[in-house]
Design a protein around this ligand. Structure first.
Ligand SMILES: [Zn+2]
Length: 270
């Protein structure tokens, strides 16, 4: 499933994000299917999103076990960048690490189910925010490497969540926040925490960004009051009226489904 922002103008109230479901060679415009019946049937096959091999189980949202154990992109240091072990000479794929981790990363504040901190490569903006179902986001800092962004995130985690409560996010009961004020408050509170980081990485390593918050809207006809989730592993057929899309989820009147979780599953869509 691909998600694209509607209108990327930060000064306007954006159009709802645009959702496309890729099924084999075809692309299904999900926004056009809102309010209509949708049926998804999993046929029992899962193909690794990296090597294409058939796998009995999906690891890390779409990989076969050998890829999960050998690719740098599946290593735990991707989720916990402060544990980057490149300099110990143990990166699973040093060339991949150099391309993906040793490049500018952005630390941001977002509001998906309340205030959270997160990191992303510059190129993943704004996809990352839409993926989390954020209604607002604000880049606050740019650093040179993924590891450095991990250290900053660790610092912010003392005061801010780093996860989305997906149930709250899906219920749509998220109040807008003044992210610029939150940024200023956090920088003031965490000032001393940056001292050791600057000593280690240099005075210029942590560049504050002075940007305006961005807002996002999602194509939703009706938010669920109670959240029941579908799971292909338990029930290979998912059907209902499509009520909306937010984050990685489709909302049907019969329940929600996190489609990202089933990347690589061979599914028919009707
Ligand atoms: Zn594989």
């Amino acid at each position: 499933m691909a998600v694209e922002p509607g209108v990327a103008d930060p000064d306007s109230d954006a159009e709802p994000a645009h959702y496309t479901l890729r099924v084999g060679e075809q692309r299904l415009d999900l926004n056009a299917r809102l309010g209509e019946p949708l049926r998804l049937v999993w046929h029992g096959n899962i193909f690794c999103i990296h090597c294409g091999r058939r796998t009995r189980k999906s690891f890390a949202q779409g990989y076969c076990y050998p890829c999960f154990k050998s690719l740098a992109q599946c290593d735990t240091c991707i989720v916990k960048p402060e544990t980057c072990h490149y300099f110990a000479g143990t990166c699973r794929e040093p060339a991949w690490g150099e391309r993906h981790c040793f490049r500018p990363h952005v630390v941001y504040l977002a509001n998906s189910s309340g205030l959270k901190v997160g990191i992303t490569r510059g190129t993943q903006i704004p996809t990352r925010w839409l993926d989390q179902g954020a209604i607002q986001a604000l880049p606050i800092l740019e650093v040179d490497t993924r590891q450095q962004s991990g250290f900053v995130e660790m610092l912010f985690k003392e005061r801010v969540a780093d996860r989305t409560n997906w149930r709250a996010m899906l219920k749509g009961e998220v109040e807008p926040l003044d992210l610029s004020a939150q940024r200023d408050r956090l920088f003031a509170q965490l000032e001393s925490g940056f001292v050791p980081l600057r000593e280690r990485f240099g005075a210029d390593a942590f560049q504050r960004l002075d940007q305006r918050p961005r807002r996002f809207r999602y194509p939703v006809l009706e938010f669920p009051r109670k959240i029941a989730s579908h799971n292909f592993d338990k029930q290979p057929e998912v059907a209902g009226t499509l009520l909306g899309m937010k984050g990685q989820y489709l909302m049907l009147d019969s329940g929600v489904i996190n489609l990202r979780k089933f990347t690589g599953y061979e599914v028919s869509v009707m």
